[in-house]
Design a protein around this ligand. Sequence first.
Ligand code: SAM
Length: 239
Amino acid sequence: MRTDAWFGRLANQAAAHYRICGRSTYHFARAKLQHDPVYRLILTEALIPGAARIVDLGCGQALLATWLAAAQECYHAGRWNSICPVPARIASYRGIDRNPAEIHRARQALGDAVELDVGDAGSALLHGATLVVLLDVLHYLDYEAQRQLLGAVHAALPANGLLLLRVGDHAGGLRARASAWVDRQVLRLRGYGNSRLHSRSLADWLQLLTEVGFTTREIARQQSLAYANCVLRASPRAH
Ligand SMILES: C[S@@+](CC[C@H](N)C(=O)[O-])C[C@H]1O[C@@H](n2cnc3c(N)ncnc32)[C@H](O)[C@@H]1O
């Protein structure tokens, strides 16, 4: 089977968990898992270490958890694609989001298989995490809260722990403005009115991570007409 078709099938399998939530949630999950390049990247680049204890801050409807579960199912059913390394078996997943509707959808889809809590990323308990995930979340926090959260993540992670994040690169230009516009529409649709977003250029994100105590590696830049993002993997320097 061609690689695109194989990933499409995996996305369908993961999205099927959301059928119980209704058509729009299901179709959103399916479209996101099929077209957002970060999900493929997570498997092709083995971005999730084995036995990870994951805390996914701003998890939304926990697409990451369903994606990883579908990968495990597919691997154990003998339908794996050799373009990807063997998928990591995680030890635990805890998703936290401030939006109760997202957590409700995630619970409907995933049941008791994972831990899901409504809460603010800034005050989340990170104890025990070996992998903290922040995918497209940090710009929702104000600048000081971003620094404090990254500091808390650094303090909580063990020496071999990891922070996996994706940030927008708002260095300017049409793409950055389009991306900010899309983000503002999503906020309005989710009932957050005209809340401000707190974007940075990629250079600023990298500087902030360094200041907080991380050594950061760029994994991939992802861009379309409407956005410019970067997936980063950050390891804590010695505490
Ligand atoms: C663009 S979505 C990304 C969702 C998910 N990380 C993903 O990649 O599918 C941003 C999410 O961050 C959540 N969020 C924003 N600020 C937050 C905060 N302070 N604490 C917890 N969740 C937050 C929003 O409710 C939303 O679900």
